[in-house]
Ligand binder design. Structure first.
Ligand SMILES: Cc1ncc(COP(=O)(O)OP(=O)(O)O)c(N)n1
Ligand code: 3NM
Ligand code: MG
Length: 222
């Protein structure tokens, strides 16, 4: 873990996937997302062996650190601790937030899945979550069974004074209403990594530009 908590910027949150960012393309895919302006990266891998996950997480930690962008590990605070990543993303059935905080320390970034529920977000905030994630907003090939959420929850969550992430089926064509509703982080797997590897940087730039343009607190014209 770094010695200082990195700030969470508003923008694109790039999330990796075994199928779409396989081991032989993982680093170049994330590099392209970073070149396109991703402000946060999550290593999400539910299939690889422990040794492979350790290798990939170590490589990504190095890459993201050199880009000055925080790397979070999905589900696995012990792996985050081992590789010195910047934090974790935890779902409602994953590690307890307090236990993860105890292991990773105050400077770790910990994000929590809140589905479509403000009560879960309030609990997560009270427990010290660094951002609150809501979804899924659209059909998702990555997690088709995730509960549905409506964009209004993003506006309601804006009052909680924590960065708000939106996830689930988001593409450059459907992200704008979520940004307008108050999403600070647009979290994407398929809409970023699902096409041709040559297109990742351009897609990341498109996401980054539309977030900068349409967020309610943007200094650009809306
Ligand atoms: C940014 C972000 N939001 C939500 C999730 C989903 O977390 P979880 O509910 O634990 O589901 P899995 O990702 O573990 O399948 C996420 N990973 N990232
Ligand atoms: C990992 C995840 N969590 C979700 C939630 O709603 O909590 S939706 C989702 C999948 C995100 O991938 P894609 O951008 O390909 O839909
Ligand atoms: Mg999880």
């Amino acid at each position: 873990m770094g010695t200082l908590k990195l700030p969470i910027q508003r923008g694109l949150y790039a999330i990796t996937d075994n199928r779409l960012t396989p081991p032989d393309r993982l680093l170049e895919s994330v590099e392209a997302a970073l070149a396109g302006g991703a402000v946060l990266v999550q290593y999400r891998d539910k299939l690889s062996s422990t040794a492979e996950r350790l290798r990939q997480a170590t490589d990504l930690t190095r890459l993201c650190r050199s880009a000055g962008v925080p790397l979070l590990i999905n589900d696995d605070p012990e792996l985050a601790h081992r590789v010195g990543a910047d934090g974790v993303h935890l779902g409602q059935d994953d590690w307890d937030l307090a236990d993860a905080r105890k292991l990773l320390g105050q400077d770790a970034i910990i994000g929590i899945t809140c589905h479509h529920r403000i009560d879960l977000a309030e609990t997560a905030k009270a427990g010290g979550a660094d951002y609150l994630a809501f979804g899924r907003f659209y059909q998702s090939g990555t997690k088709p069974g995730a509960p549905r959420a409506d964009a209004q929850v993003l506006t309601e969550a804006s009052r909680l004074a924590r960065p708000v992430a939106a996830i689930g089926g988001i593409t450059t064509d459907n992200a704008e209403p979520l940004v307008r509703a108050g999403a600070d982080l647009i979290a994407v797997v398929g809409g970023l990594f699902g096409g041709s590897p040559e297109d990742i940087e351009a897609k990341a730039k498109q996401f980054s530009q539309l977030i900068a343009l349409h967020h309610p607190l943007s200094t650009h014209s809306n």
